[in-house]
Design a protein around this ligand. Sequence first.
Ligand SMILES: [Zn+2]
Length: 65
Amino acid sequence: MTSEKCVECGSFLKVYDINFQTGRKVMRCEQCGLLHIYKKDILGRWRIVRATRPMPHEQKQKEES
Ligand SMILES: [Zn+2]
């Protein structure tokens, strides 16, 4: 596995969801919670598609706790 890093804070990402059939995976930043969507290219390498914030209600739960 490669060690992808967060585009915002540079922390290491943890596998959040992976689907080999569709060639998609989601990595989550342990530090800030940013989600990174990856897609496999024709050479079989993971390429980042976009980085996205998790659902608003998830952030709300974090703030309340
Ligand atoms: Zn981050």
